[in-house]
Design a protein around this ligand. Structure first.
Ligand code: ZN
Length: 587
């Protein structure tokens, strides 16, 4: 191999490895890569020993690149390879990859932003804006901005606590912002731009009573303030800034088309008075009484922060139309805007005001109440951020409204937690099961996870007294039992039911082999030895509690761990110790 051809070979390996990785969730394997390389370049067969080392090295490198970036590289460098070689897998690929952003080539680099009002915690409804904005920034090696829009100290009061919660939600989701801004730090910047518009006659200070203004604007008529000269407007502006107007007495409006078919666009308000002596702002107190409204602050910031692509819900289309007037007056180019449809989650309340009210009135126990679809609640329940990410990438930025079910999210989460969650027996509403004719002691060893035997074993000792073994089973199983029925106690032995009453179930040893149980189509039931369990409470999604006993080996698990209670579901351990508290994730 001379040096030149070595580079060529490396590039070929890289291409094959990347495609192999894309087809396998971002992780390439050396063997198929070598196979593919040798079939493309049979002349390399004589060098197979050297090639193996090279492939291993490149595969390792490739596997460190996130999947979206792998796709991006291949799409850029070998678009035809992606088309041709992926063939049947193309659909699979399309599902994983986001559609390209429009007009990326017009910009030096892609900049996206997520701009919440820190007046509440974040919920699943924000996942799309966050994850898509972050993902696109990463896909194009751009920047992702977090911007707190806290300019309504009266009705949408922000708090420093919510800011911290939002920051930690973003970190949890893996969407670390490259830059962070807080609008209440930038009030004087907005004033500067407001003054420019007033000077140029593109805005005016309206002091009409709101009712009066509304009547005129609906009739497509200007109010008297609209024809004021810039110097008069600037004088009124000064008066606003020096607290000479009370709330509602003066508004700065941006001139638009008075004949615009949508009255909400006509001369929209950009600044208003908020009496911060009555309602101090949590960060800047009573320093300002003139506050920008959403469209002004957001529009100015998107431009000044170099945002190139705004990814947001289509309910913002009207806002875009409002802001475009301002962009035209300043001679700015409006960023690319991608508007996705509404995302509904069956049975989840994604209303901020309901969440705020519910927590305030004590209907919910806190921001992480399992009935809420807040990230805090999902996190508490053991939903992995990667599951949310996969769900959102699957939906992408499509403009159509979409309703997903919790089961969609659970299916993604199950795939992630199933291999990591160790398994345990949890008997809820326990009922005693007595087994007669147990002729010897049993020591049962069950792997913590059947696919990963090296994780260790759970051990149960069954010591019959006078040939009688005492176990506990779930009340739900107990009520299904009838005399004469044969059941298999999982991993232990088969018993025949003799009598069932409220307090206990009596049975007699039948046989030991699992094959016997299978032959008889016996139902499999989990159990724990009586006297050995740890008290355990499971907080259910409706905030009810399921109480029971979990096998003693759970004491080695740690809090925050996600485990599977067999035949019950996945739970996240919230509290260990004398009594375990867990939170239910899903089946
Ligand atoms: Zn007016």
């Amino acid at each position: 191999m001379n040096m030149d051809s070595l580079e060529v070979i490396k590039e070929n390996i890289r291409r094959i490895a990347l495609i192999n990785a894309i087809l396998h969730d971002g992780k390439a394997q050396s063997k198929p890569v070598i196979g593919k390389l040798l079939s493309e370049k049979p002349e390399l067969r004589s060098l197979v020993r050297e090639i193996v080392g090279l492939v291993n090295e490149i595969v390792r490198e490739v596997n460190e690149i996130p999947l979206e970036e792998q796709i991006h590289i291949v799409r850029e460098k070998w678009p035809e390879a992606l088309e041709k070689q992926m063939g049947k897998s193309k659909k699979k690929l399309e599902e994983k990859v986001l559609p390209p952003l429009p007009n990326v080539e017009k910009y030096e680099r892609v900049v996206t932003r997520f701009a919440p009002n820190p007046d509440c915690v974040l919920h699943l409804g924000s996942a799309r804006a966050i994850i898509l904005s972050h993902e696109y920034a990463r896909m194009y090696q751009g920047r992702f901005i977090l911007r707190f829009e806290d300019t309504d100290p009266r009705l949408k009061r922000s708090s420093l606590h919510f800011m911290d919660l939002i920051r930690s939600d973003l970190e949890w989701l893996g969407c670390h912002p490259d830059e962070e801004y807080i609008q209440s730090d930038r009030i004087e910047i907005y004033y500067e731009y407001a003054e420019k518009l007033l000077e140029d006659g593109y805005a005016y200070i309206c002091t009409c009573p709101p009712e009066e203004f509304r009547r005129r604007i609906l009739a497509k008529e200007p109010c008297p303030c609209r024809s004021l000269k810039p110097e008069d407007n600037l004088r009124r502006w000064e008066a606003m800034l020096s607290w000479r107007y009370a709330e509602g007495e003066a508004v700065m409006r941006i001139k638009t088309d008075l004949n615009h078919p949508n009255p909400a666009i006509r001369d929209w308000p950009a600044f208003r008075i908020i009496d911060t002596k009555k309602n101090p702002h949590p960060r800047v107190g009573s320093k300002y009484c003139v506050w920008p409204l959403y469209n002004f602050a957001c529009g100015v910031d998107d431009h000044l922060m170099g945002v190139t692509h705004i990814i947001r819900g289509k309910e913002h289309l009207t806002n875009q139309e409002r802001q475009k007037y301002m962009y035209r007056y300043f001679g700015w180019r409006y960023p690319e805007a991608i508007h996705y449809g509404r995302l509904k989650i069956e049975g989840a309340s994604l209303s901020k005001s309901k969440i705020l009210r519910g927590v305030r009135e004590g209907i919910y126990e806190g921001w992480d109440d399992p009935r809420l679809a807040t990230f805090l609640s999902l996190r508490r329940r053991g939903i992995k951020p990667e599951a949310i990410r996969r769900l959102i990438l699957e939906i992408g930025p499509r403009p159509a409204d979409i309703t997903i079910s919790w089961e969609n999210l659970y299916a993604h989460n199950r795939k992630i937690v199933d291999p990591i969650a160790n398994r345990y027996f949890f008997v809820w509403d326990p009922v005693k099961l007595t087994v007669k004719n147990v002729g010897r002691e049993f020591v049962v060893q069950v792997p913590l996870h059947p696919d990963y035997p090296d994780r260790g074993k759970r051990v149960f000792h069954i010591k019959p007294i006078n040939n009688e073994a005492s176990l506990l089973i779930s009340g739900q199983d107990a009520i299904m039992l009838k005399p004469g029925v044969i059941i298999r106690l999982m991993e232990l032995f088969n018993v025949k039911i003799e009598a069932v009453d409220k307090a206990q179930v009596l049975s007699i040893f039948h046989s030991e082999a699992y094959s016997e149980a299978r032959k008889m189509k016996a139902r499999l039931i989990h159990w724990i030895p009586e006297g050995s369990g740890l008290p355990c409470e499971v907080i259910m999604p409706d905030n009810s509690r399921t109480i029971g006993l979990v096998e003693a080996s759970l004491k080695n698990a740690s809090s925050d761990e996600i485990v599977q209670f067999e035949r019950f579901g996945f739970v996240r351990i919230e509290k260990t110790g004398e009594k375990f508290v867990t939170v239910f994730a899903h089946k």
